[in-house]
Design a protein around this ligand. Structure first.
Ligand SMILES: CC(C)(COP(=O)(O)OP(=O)(O)OC[C@H]1O[C@@H](n2cnc3c(N)ncnc32)[C@H](O)[C@@H]1OP(=O)(O)O)[C@@H](O)C(=O)NCCC(=O)NCCS
Length: 186
């Protein structure tokens, strides 16, 4: 089977490695920003680039790639989603299109994850968490049971989210609060 990985960086190399463990024997990696023939896979970790390329390649097939070292029970995965080494996804979880569930992340029972979400290494989503589209959960962050985070939210590394988040933005700390990074302040 053939697969084109869009991107040539470290994340793309990890995607290619997982694809090679899943019977893809013709894998090419490319920085091309024009349409590639056949199935593609988003191989970059940057949210803005992923959103742009997902739109550009929306009509092309994109398989889900699951590391053989991940543990999944009954869950539904959208096209183009990557499940990294050591991730654990428990029962009745729904994950949208073009998401990343990175190394060692834990997604507990009945979570619903929107399209284009990124769950970084070691993050934990307790049971019945709901994420809107394009939510990024930083490394090691914890999202409490039953919480809902709206679209376009970034949760900083190591944060603990204790309440629903209804407004797009960047949140970090314990407990997590809405913050503005210095480089975005005028
Ligand atoms: C939350 C985040 C976006 C903040 O961005 P940033 O540009 O570093 O933020 P700032 O430089 O404005 O930091 C402001 C202050 O918050 C602190 N801070 C930044 N991120 C923090 C975090 N996750 N937890 C606690 N404090 C944090 C900074 O040290 C700084 O403190 P100071 O004012 O005492 O110096 C970033 O730190 C982060 O956690 N990103 C997660 C995404 C990620 O790591 N992706 C990789 C996936 S493998």
């Amino acid at each position: 089977m053939n697969l084109t990985i869009l991107g040539c960086g470290s994340h793309a190399q990890m995607c290619a490695e997982i694809a090679s463990l899943k019977n893809y024997d013709q894998i090419q990696m490319t920085n091309a920003n024009d349409k590639e023939p056949g199935p593609i896979f988003l191989g970059m970790g940057n949210m803005k680039t992923r959103v742009k390329l997902a739109k550009m390649y929306s009509k092309q097939p994109s398989p889900a790639l699951v590391s053989p070292a991940a543990t999944l029970t009954s869950c539904r995965l959208g096209e183009g989603t990557l499940i990294g080494h050591g991730a654990v996804i428990n029962k009745d979880v729904h994950i949208g299109r073009h998401c990343i569930v990175n190394t060692g992340a834990i997604i507990e029972h009945e979570c619903i994850i929107g399209n284009l979400c990124i769950i970084s290494p070691g993050a934990v989503l307790c049971g019945r968490v709901v994420l809107g589209e394009r939510v990024e959960i930083g490394p090691g962050a914890v999202i409490g049971q039953g919480l809902t985070l709206c679209r376009d939210v970034l949760i900083g590394a190591g944060a603990v989210v204790t309440k629903d988040i209804k407004k797009p933005g960047k949140y970090w700390g314990v407990p997590a609060r809405l913050m503005i990074p210095k480089k975005e302040k005028k």
